[in-house]
Design a protein around this ligand. Structure first.
Ligand code: NAD
Ligand code: UDX
Length: 463
C-alpha cells in the first residue's frame, strides 16, 4: 500500500492534482517539489491569496490538507528518496531550438527528472507520467532509469491529467474518467492497482480505466486534439457566418442539439489559447510526420492554422473597422487570461491580438481581474517583435477597467470573465470617443442592449 508520494513539478497540474489526492487520502503523505524556489514559497504562504495559481476552490483544499499530509518543498532528492510513488508533472513545452523546433515536445525536463530519480533511488519505485507526453515516452524513461540507476526496479505508469484550468478542482473531484496505462506484466498490473486504489478513495470504480502505456499516452494527445478541432471547426464557420448573414450562436445551438455532436466546445471565439492545445497538436503533427504519415500530419495541422487565422482576423477586423488605422488610438482590452477563472496567460489570444495592434502603433490598455502587470508585459516582450521601449510606450495595464475605457476608440473583449457583462455600459459609453466600438471576441455581451446605448458592436460570427 502506498503511504508516501512525491510529485515533481508544482505547477498548474502538480499543485491542484496533489492537493486533491492528499485531501482524499489523509493516510498518504504527499510532497510536491519544484526547482522554482519562489513557487514553493508561494505554495507555503500563510496568506492563501498568494498561492501561485488562481483556481476557484483551490485555496480551500490547500488549507485543509497543507501541513497535515500535503507538503511543498524544494528538497527534491529527499522527497524522491522517501517516496514509493513519484509523479512527474513538469512542463513539456514545444521545442524552441534544434530538430523539431516549433513542433516537437521538449522533453529535457522529463529526462532531467528521470536521471535524478535514478541517481537518488535506493528502493523500488513506481514512476507516474502525469505530464502530457509523446506516445512511447515511457520507453525512454525506462531506458534512462534502468541504465543510470542503482539497480533498483522501476515500474512506469501513464496517468495523464484531463483537468481544465478555471475548473481544475471540480474536474479533479468529479473526473469524467481516470486513465491509467501500464505494463502487462504482473509487476505492471500491481503498479496499476496501487494507483487505482489511490483514485478509488473518491472516484467511482467504473470511471477508472486501465490500458496499455501507449494507448494511455496517445489518448491524452488525442483528447486535446479533438477538443481543439471542434473549436477550430466552429471558428471557421464563424467567418462564413459573417460573410453570409448567418449567426454562429444560432448555428452552434442548432448543431450542438444533435446528441451525436453535443453542445460543448463549439462556442466561437477569438481563438483557443492555453498551454496545452497548440503544444499537443503540434506534437501530434510532429509524431505523424516523423512516422511518414503526411496526410495525418496535415489534417491536424489545419486546426492550428485555423486558430492562428481566427486571432489575426480579429485584430485585422479592429484595424479595418477603425477606418484602416489604429495609429495613436487607444484600444481597451477586457481580459488577458486565455479563459476566465484562471491567471494563466500561456498562448492567450490576447497576446497575439495586442502584438498585431501595437505593430500598427495602437495604444493598448489592458484590464484583467487576475493577471498581473509584469505578466502582461512579459507576454508581449516574449514574442520579441520589437524594442521594449516601443512595447512599453504602446502597452498600458490598468487596475481599474473604467480607466482603461476613458478616451478609448474601441473596446476588445478577449476573455469571457463574468464581471464584464455587469459593467455600467452607459457610463462606459459616455467616457469613450465616438463612434464607440466594441469588438466582442467572446460573444458574451448583450449586443442589442449595447446597440441601444449607441455602441457600434462587432461580435464573432454575427453581422
Ligand atoms: P507548469 O509550467 O505550470 O509547471 C511545471 C513545473 O515543473 C514548474 O513549476 C517547473 O519549475 C517545474 N520543473 C520543471 N523541471 C523540474 C525539475 N527537473 N525538478 C523540479 N521541478 C521542475 O506546467 P503545467 O501547466 O503544470 O503542466 C505540466 C504538464 O501537465 C505538461 O506536460 C502539460 O502538458 C500537462 N497538462 C497541463 C494541463 C493544464 O491545464 N495546465 C492540463 C493537463 C495536462
Ligand atoms: C485543456 C483541456 O480542456 C483539458 O482537458 C486538458 O487537460 C488541458 O487542456 P485548458 O486549456 O485548461 O484545458 O482549457 P479549455 O477549457 O480546454 O479551454 C482552452 C481554450 O479554448 C480557451 O482559450 C477557451 O477559451 C477556448 N474555448 C473553449 C473556445 O474558444 N470555445 C469553446 O467552446 C471552448
Amino acid at each position: 500500500m502506498i503511504e508516501n508520494i512525491c510529485c515533481i513539478g508544482a505547477g498548474y497540474v502538480g499543485g491542484p492534482t496533489m492537493a486533491v489526492i492528499a485531501l482524499k487520502n489523509p493516510h498518504i503523505k504527499v510532497t510536491v517539489v519544484d526547482l522554482n524556489v519562489q513557487r514553493i514559497k508561494d505554495w507555503n504562504d500563510s496568506d492563501l491569496h498568494k498561492l501561485p495559481i488562481y483556481e476557484p476552490g483551490l485555496s480551500e483544499v490547500v488549507e485543509k490538507a497543507r501541513g497535515r499530509n500535503l507538503f511543498f518543498s524544494t528538497d527534491v532528492d529527499k522527497a524522491i528518496d522517501e517516496a514509493q510513488m513519484i509523479f512527474i508533472s513538469v512542463n513539456t513545452p514545444t521545442k524552441t531550438y534544434g530538430v523539431g523546433k516549433g513542433m516537437a515536445a521538449d522533453l529535457k525536463y522529463i529526462e532531467l527528472c528521470a536521471r535524478q530519480i535514478a541517481m537518488v533511488s535506493q528502493t523500488n519505485k513506481i514512476i507516474v507520467e502525469k505530464s502530457t507526453l509523446p506516445v512511447r515516452t515511457a520507453e525512454t524513461i525506462q531506458n534512462i532509469l534502468d541504465n543510470t540507476g542503482n539497480g533498483v526496479s522501476f515500474q512506469i505508469l501513464s496517468n495523464p491529467e484531463f483537468l481544465a484550468e478555471g475548473t481544475a478542482i471540480a474536474d479533479l473531484e468529479s473526473p469524467d474518467r481516470i486513465l491509467i496505462g501500464g505494463n502487462e506484466t504482473p509487476e505492471g498490473q500491481m503498479a496499476i492497482q496501487s494507483l487505482v486504489d489511490i483514485y478509488s478513495s473518491w472516484v467511482p470504480k467504473d470511471k477508472i480505466i486501465t490500458t496499455s502505456l501507449w494507448s494511455s499516452e496517445l489518448s491524452k494527445l488525442t483528447a486535446n486534439a479533438f477538443l481543439a478541432q471542434r473549436i477550430s471547426s466552429i471558428n471557421s464557420l464563424s467567418e462564413l457566418c459573417e460573410a453570409t448573414g448567418a449567426n454562429i450562436v444560432e448555428v452552434s445551438k442548432a448543431v450542438g442539439m444533435d446528441s451525436r455532436i453535443g453542445s460543448k466546445f463549439i462556442q466561437a471565439s477569438v481563438g483557443f489559447g492555453g498551454s496545452c492545445f497548440q503544444k499537443d497538436i503540434l506534437n501530434l503533427v510532429y509524431i505523424s510526420k516523423s512516422l511518414g504519415l503526411e496526410e495525418v500530419a496535415s489534417y491536424w495541422e489545419q486546426v492550428i492554422i485555423m486558430n492562428n487565422h481566427q486571432r489575426t482576423r480579429f485584430a485585422t477586423n479592429i484595424i479595418k473597422t477603425l477606418y484602416n488605422t489604429v495609429s495613436g488610438k487607444k484600444i481597451a482590452f477586457l481580459g488577458w487570461a486565455f479563459k476566465k477563472d484562471t491567471n494563466d496567460t500561456r498562448e492567450s489570444a490576447a497576446i497575439y491580438v495586442a502584438d498585431q495592434l501595437i505593430e500598427e502603433n495602437a495604444n493598448v490598455s489592458v484590464y484583467d481581474p487576475r493577471v498581473s502587470e509584469p505578466q502582461i508585459r512579459y507576454d508581449v516582450k516574449y514574442l520579441n517583435s520589437r524594442s521594449e521601449e516601443k512595447n512599453s510606450k504602446h502597452l498600458k495595464v490598468e487596475p481599474d477597467p473604467y480607466k482603461a475605457f476613458e478616451d478609448s476608440h474601441a473596446i476588445a473583449v478577449l476573455t469571457e470573465w463574468d464581471e464584464f457583462r455587469d459593467y455600467d455600459w452607459e457610463r462606459i459609453y459616455k467616457s469613450m470617443l465616438k463612434p464607440a466600438f466594441v469588438f466582442d471576441g467572446r460573444n458574451i455581451l448583450d449586443s442589442s442592449k449595447l446597440k441601444a446605448i449607441g455602441f457600434k458592436i462587432k461580435s464573432i460570427g454575427k453581422v
